[in-house]
Write a protein that binds this ligand. Structure first.
Ligand code: HGY
Ligand code: MN
Ligand code: MN
Length: 414
């Protein structure tokens, strides 16, 4: 393919239009502190989806939806060939930022617009996806939409998953269906030609190296658990300490045991987080009768992940506590051909890049089972993410979109 075409499209990426779209999308669930709180399939997410469906149609795309409310915005190609896909998620953490996931979707939209502006018809269709519930903070597990896309039988298990208010995923999907009753169904399960996800790094490595891009070679493994600790509710004032069965006292000692084994097993690469605690009755003057806490363990080595799993179960058994395995995904290595196309795009645009492994998981970890897949990162200021202060320099956001445009254009003309 004429390399100039890919460069033409990259040059048509419009900085102002891209940056405007970031702020426009962030308005759906905007927080007073500049962050975004947009839970998957909630009211704000549905309004954000409506906004993007209208934008996609204005760009001449067809729009379709699948059983897990993943949205697909397709720009037709000349030939009826397997599409090239890109995209990410637009659901956020409760104290999320404007870019996590959203940037990858909006940069995909910018590529659609740049192809239109350059008046380029590609051989293959280009399809930008919005994957449902990637964060996993409303419904667990994470990356639900992309995992159901690659393996639809997962929907049977997901349908009855409940959020903190007791709403099931299937009820949330029904609300989505009612909001968009006439969307075409995307039923084809033909493998895509390739999937490329552009995302912020959400860590400090690119900024510390002063490099604007990463060619992401893979994603580390992840395991989520819930520990359900039981005690006996009793009066805070009258119950002598030796007579108590305080669920919180046991939970805190479990926390310390789990954290020390995690650090010992994984050493410097260990990432262990105890992010969600539910306490009952959660009253100042009643001894806790129940404490449920979560464990998010990450590591690049599958043996360490397996060893941690064994220890976590042994700790639960030793203390007669129920352990619930909520989510797990092995480390993923992306496709070297797609990575070389991303690398070539960086070279073509004279942009320096680093090879990185992702500490965060992404929908690309499932798409890698569906088709040749790769990722691109841009730096996160101060390495901060899952925080309203999440930010990336405008020049890096635009450069990332240009590299995505170059790479998708060449892949669409394979
Ligand atoms: O948790 C993660 O790695 C992703 O940000 N959802
Ligand atoms: Mn993300
Ligand atoms: Mn995230």
């Amino acid at each position: 393919m004429d390399k100039d075409i890919a460069k033409q499209v990259a040059e048509r990426v419009n900085a102002a239009r891209l940056l405007e779209s970031v702020d426009a999308l962030a308005a759906f669930g905007a927080r007073d502190d500049g962050g975004v709180n947009r839970p998957a399939l909630g009211e704000r997410d549905i309004e954000a989806r409506r906004f993007l469906i209208e934008r996609a149609r204005a760009l001449g795309c067809s729009v379709s939806v699948d059983a897990c409310a993943n949205l697909f915005f397709r720009r037709a190609g000349d030939a009826s060939l397997a599409p090239v896909m890109s995209g990410s998620h637009i659901d956020t953490q409760p104290t999320g930022g404007k870019l996590d996931g959203c940037y990858g979707v909006l940069a995909g939209f910018e590529v659609l617009a740049a192809l239109n502006d350059a008046n380029i018809r590609t051989r293959r269709p280009l399809e930008i996806a919005i994957w449902t519930n990637e964060e996993g903070t409303r419904f667990s597990p994470g990356a639900m939409g992309s995992s159901a896309f690659v393996e639809p039988s997962r929907m049977t298990r997901y349908a009855d998953v409940r959020d903190a208010d007791g709403i099931t995923l299937s009820a949330a999907l029904e609300t989505h269906r009612q909001a968009f009753p006439s969307l075409a169904k995307r039923d084809s399960k033909d493998a895509a030609h390739a999937f490329v996800e552009l995302h912020i790094e959400q860590g400090p490595q690119l900024e510390n190296a002063n490099v604007p891009l990463a060619v992401v070679s893979g994603i580390q493994g992840v395991r989520w658990y819930a520990f359900h600790v039981k005690g006996t509710a009793a009066h805070a004032g009258t119950t002598p300490m030796p007579l108590r069965r305080d669920a919180m006292t046991l939970a805190i000692s479990l926390h310390q045991e789990i954290e020390s084994i995690a650090r010992e097993l994984g050493q410097a690469d260990t990432r262990v987080t105890f992010g969600r605690w539910n306490i009952e009755p959660n009253s100042i003057n009643t001894i806790p009768s129940s404490v449920t806490f979560t464990v998010d363990f990450r590591h690049p080595d599958p043996h360490v992940l397996a060893a941690f799993d064994e220890h976590a179960n042994a700790i639960a058994q030793r203390h007669n506590v129920r352990i619930e395995a909520m989510f797990s995904h092995a480390p993923v290595a992306f496709d070297t051909t797609v990575l070389s196309r991303i690398q070539a795009a960086c070279h073509a645009l004279d942009a320096r890049s680093l090879p990185l492994t992702s500490g965060a998981f992404h929908d690309a970890m499932y798409l890698a089972q569906h088709c040749p897949t790769g990722m691109i990162f841009v730096p996160s200021r101060d390495g901060i993410s899952h925080n309203p202060a999440e930010a990336t320099d405008a020049e890096h956001l635009v450069l990332g979109a240009r590299v995505l445009a170059h790479c998708l254009t060449t892949l669409c003309n394979d």
